[in-house]
Design a protein around this ligand. Sequence first.
Ligand SMILES: Cc1ncc(C[n+]2csc(CCOP(=O)(O)OP(=O)(O)O)c2C)c(N)n1
Ligand SMILES: CC(=O)[C@@H](O)[C@H](O)COP(=O)(O)O
Ligand SMILES: [Mg+2]
Length: 631
Amino acid sequence: MKENINNEKVTLEELELPQDLKKLSLAQCASLCKEIRNLLISTVSKTGGHLASNLGAVELTMAIHRNFNSPDDKIVWDVGHQSYTHKILTGRLERFSTLRQEGGISGFPKPEESEHDTFISGHSSTSVSVACGIAEAMKLQGKENYAVAVIGDGAISGGMFYEAMNNCGRDRQRNLIVILNDNNMSISKSVGALSKYLTSLRNTEKYLHTKRAVERGLKNIPLVGSSVAKGIKNVKDSVKSNILEQSTMFEDMGFIYLGPVNGHSLSELEEVFHMAKSYHQPVFIHVKTVKGKGYMPAEQNPGEYHGISKFDIATGNPEVAAADSYSTVFGKELVRIGDKDEKICAITAAMKYGTGLQFFHFKHPERFFDVGIAEQHAVTFAGGLASMGMIPVFAVYSSFLQRAYDQLVHDVAIGKLHVVLGVDRAGIVGEDGETHQGLLDVPMLTSIPNTVIFSPSCYSEMKMCMKKAVYDEKGLVAVRYPRGAENVDFSSFHLTTEHLFIRENNSSTLMITYGRLYNEAYNAQRALAEKGFPCDILKLTRIYPLDDDLGEEIKTYRHIVFFEEAMGEGGISEKVGDILSEMGYCGDYSRVTANGFVKQATVRSCLDKLGLTSEKMTEYILERCKDDGKA
Ligand SMILES: Cc1ncc(C[n+]2csc(CCOP(=O)(O)OP(=O)(O)O)c2C)c(N)n1
Ligand SMILES: CC(=O)[C@@H](O)[C@H](O)COP(=O)(O)O
Ligand SMILES: [Mg+2]
C-alpha cells in the first residue's frame, strides 16, 4: 500500500500487515479497530475463546504494531490469551476463522505459526523474564531492537514477574519495555494488596503529564533575589517531593514509569510509546483498559466472557447452558464438607469460578482464599495452614500445578503435612492445546514419596474420593478429575474408592484404566463382547500407591493393556509394568498413553488420536489379540 495521507476508509483485507499500519492515519486505524472488534466477536461466537481480554486490547495491539517493528522488535504476550488482534495484524486474518480448531491457528502465541509470535505462552507471568532474556541477547548480538513484554494486572500477581523485575531493572542501557495492561480484572476481580496499589496508581490521573509539566516548569523558574529565591526553592522542593520524587514501586525497581495512559486512545498510546523508545533503559508503561470493551455483555460481565464457549451475539447467551461439571460438583461437595467442619479451608490461585470454589467463597468467606495467580504460594500457604491443624484443599488446574512442584515436595511432602489437592482439568482439555493439557500431574505426583492419588470416573465417585482424601488419608492427597461434565453410561456405574474388576466369562485379556476412560473401556468391553471377545476391566480409583497384591491379581491374564490419560513416562501404567516385570510376568503387557505434547482439537479428537476412545480401544484389543483369535 502507498503512503496514505488522506482519510480514505481502509479495510484489513486490502492491507499488507503489519507494515501498512504505519502508513495510516489515526482515524483509519480507529476504523480498523472497529472492524477487528466485530471480527473478534463474530469469530469467538463460533469458535469459543478468550473474548473479553481480547476486546480490551485492540487499540493497545494496534498501537504496538504501529510503533514497533515486529518481528525484529520482539513482542512477548503474557499468558497469550489476549493475542488475537496481534494474530489478525500479523498475517493470520484469512485463517482467523480456524481459531482454536484442530489444524487451525492457536488461541495462544506459537512461534511455529508465525515469526511474529516470539515465544510460546499459556501460563501466566513469564513475559518479563522472556523479554529480559531477549533484550540481553539483543545486546550481546549488537542489535538495537526492542523487547516488549505485555502483561496484565492479574498476571503481575505471579512471583515470576517480581523475579524478572528484580533481575532486569538494573541500571543498564537496554531496550526493554514492559507494558502493563491494567483492566482491574484477572479472570474474576483482581485480588490482593497489589491490586489495591494499582487502583491507587490508576487514580493518579495524568501522572505522566503532570510529571512532564512539572519538570519543564521547574527548569524555567530562575532563582533570583534572596527571599524570593528561598521561597521559590521551598516551593520547588515541595513540588519535587510531592510529584517528582513520589515514585512507584516499578521505579523503585529500576524502571522508568510512564502512565497511566488510556489504552483505548491511539494518540495517547503513540505518545507514550514514542517516549518509552527514546530512553534506552528499562521502561514500565502503565496502560488502563476496559476488559470486554465494545461488546456490552462482555463489558458488563467480563468474567463470564474471559473464556467463553460458542454464544449468540444478539443475546450474549452461550450455546450450551451451564450445567454441572466436575468442578461445580467438587465445589458444592466441598461446601457440604466445610459446613460440618471448621477446619476445612478452600484455596484457589485466581481460578475461583473455573474450579467451582465460588460456592465455598459464598458460604464460608472466612475460610476461602484466592491468592492470585500464585500456585507456588498457594501450596506453601496450604502447608502453613496444615501445620496449624487446618485441612486445606487447593483446587487447581493440572497444568498450573506444574508451577508448584518444589513446594509440594519441600513444603508439604517432606513434613508429612496433610494437604488435599483438587486437580481439575486433569487429562485432555482440548482447544487450549499443549500448554493446558493436564497430562503431567500423575507423573509429577507419583514421583513424590507418600503421595496418594484418586481418579474418580463420575461425580458420585468423586464425592466418595473427596471424603477419603480429607478424612481417611494423610499427607499429600490428590483427587484428579477432568474438564467438563461426567459422561457415563448408566450401566457403567461401578463405584469404588479402591480398585474393582468388571469380569466377563473366560477372558484372558484385561484392560486396566482409571478416571473418565473407564466409561470408554466399559463401552469397548461391550463392543468386544458383541464380537465374541470377552475382555475384563480393572478399574482403578485410588490410582496411587498401587495395592500390594495387585500384581498377584492380574498376572494370570495373557494380555494386559493399560489405557491411561496421562503421560506414560512416570504414569500408573509404567508403575504397573514395573510390578509385572519384577514378578517375572511372561504375558503381553502394553500401554496406550500420551507420549508427547498434545495439540489443540476437541477432547474427543485428542483422545481418539491417542487411541483412548472406546472405538480405538476396541480396535487395539482386536489387533493385539488376533494371534490367538480370542481375547
Ligand atoms: C500459571 C497460571 N495460572 C492460572 C492461569 C489462568 N489464567 C489465564 S488468564 C488469567 C487472568 C489473567 O489476568 P490478566 O493478566 O489481568 O489478563 P486479562 O485477562 O485481564 O487481560 C488466569 C488466572 C494461567 N494462565 N497460568
Ligand atoms: C487463558 C487461560 O489460561 C485460562 O483462561 C484457560 O483458557 C482456562 O480455560 P477453562 O477454564 O475454560 O478450562
Ligand atoms: Mg487484567
